[in-house]
Design a protein around this ligand. Structure first.
Ligand code: NAG
Length: 222
């Protein structure tokens, strides 16, 4: 199933008859497995395209969100936004194989969700209910939860023979209770790392797309 991702690479060097035949067989295998995976993915739409679009959108919104965040934290926000915090997930995607890397994306994304939720809760106590920050935070949190589902779906589509990514609720390290200043620092670290992470995810999905989507569209071969 995974093999069809690399099909264009296999097809290129074929000139002689036996290898041309082999290519044809491969094409047929690819075609049929593709049909299967497409029907399998009907619930997900086109998850790769969808994930990439959603990732770019949330990245854009997170840039705006950080701006709003800084503006609403009062004096010195530029200063404390440079701090760090060990409890917040790192944005770096790991793994060698495409499947490992996508799994890494999925699990980092899952581990960011409770942090986004925590920041939203903390800021709900600090801001007036009508604040734009709360709307933007809530929006990014909601979209990120959707992205987590879409990525999980994408993973299952591309790698149907591997175990599905863990659902939310795994053991995520959360910070201990914080005073207001610590909350402001923490919020900024979460948002900044999350934004960096989204940039990495977009790059990752583009790479994945260039590998998967070089395939000719169905039906042009037959
Ligand atoms: C996010 O989702 C919650 C719960 O479903 C909803 O109440 C809230 O309005 C949503 N926020 C935005 C900005 O859409």
């Amino acid at each position: 199933m995974i093999g069809h991702m690399y099909f264009p690479l296999l097809l290129q060097p074929t000139k002689s008859f036996p290898s041309a035949l082999l290519s044809l067989l491969l094409v047929m295998a690819v075609h049929s497995s593709r049909t299967v995976s497409l029907s399998r993915s009907q619930n997900c739409g086109t998850p790769l395209q969808q994930s990439l679009k959603l990732t770019r959108l949330i990245h854009k919104e997170s840039v705006e969100l950080i701006r709003t965040y800084k503006a609403s934290q009062g004096a010195m926000s530029e200063l404390f936004c440079k701090s760090s915090s060990s409890e917040v997930p790192q944005p770096k995607i790991s793994g060698l194989e495409p499947s490992e890397r996508l799994l890494s994306v999925s699990s980092i994304l899952q581990s960011f969700l409770p942090h986004l939720q925590r920041v939203l809760e903390q800021q709900t106590d600090l801001q007036s209910p009508s604040s734009r920050l709360l709307t933007e935070l809530s929006n990014v949190r909601n979209r990120s939860a959707s992205l987590a589902s879409v990525i999980s779906c994408l993973y299952q589509n591309l790698f149907p023979n591997l175990p599905a990514p863990e659902p939310a609720g795994g053991p995520t390290q959360m910070p201990p209770p914080q005073n207001i200043f610590q909350q402001k620092v923490y919020g900024c670290v979460v948002l900044r790392r999350f934004k960096d992470f989204l940039l990495n995810v977009a790059r990752e999905l583009r790479t994945l797309k260039s590998r998967v989507c070089r395939m000719p569209p169905a039906n042009t071969l037959f």
